[in-house]
Write a protein that binds this ligand. Structure first.
Ligand code: CA
Length: 228
């Protein structure tokens, strides 16, 4: 999970970043509303943790502007403001959850996971495309350019998972859990074998760029449309 931590208090920022990284998340930080707006608008984060009292702006105002511009990244507001009015205003501005300081890291982490999960479940796109590769979830039809690609049900699920996460690196553990519903132990080889099948059908017969890439020691990735 990639998390943007927006917090001007260095002590809290370090605490949150350290906790998240210990759990395997990657983090980036912002200390001002201006930095927050610049970083969040590219949409590459899975979640934002947002302090409201920032030196140059009110976090709520920045969030509101980002939502107006179409930013859909889940945002968890972390603030000392605990009045009902403040919470309502934060949620109305587009926050997805609200945690009042002082807080326990375990709760922050649990809420973040829930937010991330809900967001993934809300990925209701039924038409996925990367470069000239198109996957239609409803008709289960996959094409590259003009050519139809026949996939087994498992290969289809695997490709769908990769395409839903285009531009991200998916680990073998993520694939095992989400495509096979299994933990990754003893499963890594199966994933690699299936990835080989998929490459043979999706990449090898075509002249276009290779879409399924190995990230050595980590997992696999398919580029998003900006990179493809
Ligand atoms: Ca602050």
């Amino acid at each position: 999970m990639r998390v943007l931590v927006v917090e001007d208090d260095a002590r809290i920022r370090r605490f949150v970043v350290q906790g998240l990284e210990e759990e395997g998340a990657t983090t980036q930080t912002a200390e001002t509303g201006r930095e927050f707006a610049a970083l969040a608008s590219d949409g590459s984060f899975d979640a934002v943790i947002l302090d409201l009292g920032l030196p140059d702006a009110d976090g709520v105002d920045v969030l509101e502007a980002l939502r107006r511009d179409g930013c859909r990244t889940p945002v968890l507001v972390l603030t000392a403001r605990d009045s009902i009015e403040d919470r309502v205003r934060g949620l109305d501005a587009g926050a997805d959850d609200y945690l009042v300081k002082p807080f326990a890291f375990v709760e922050l982490s649990a809420r973040l996971r829930a937010l991330h999960r809900r967001n993934r479940e809300h990925d209701d796109r039924d038409h996925l495309s990367v470069a000239d590769l198109v996957l239609d979830v409803r008709t289960r039809r996959v094409t590259r350019g003009e050519k139809r690609i026949e996939l087994s049900p498992r290969e289809f699920s695997l490709l769908e998972y990769l395409m839903r996460h285009a531009g991200e690196v998916v680990t073998r553990a993520m694939i095992a859990e989400n495509v096979w519903d299994q933990s990754v132990e003893h499963f890594s080889n199966v994933i690699d074998v299936y990835m080989g099948y998929l490459r043979k059908k999706v990449d090898r017969p075509f002249d276009g760029p290779r879409l399924i890439c190995t990230v050595r020691g980590v997992g696999y990735t398919i580029p998003d449309n900006d990179a493809a």
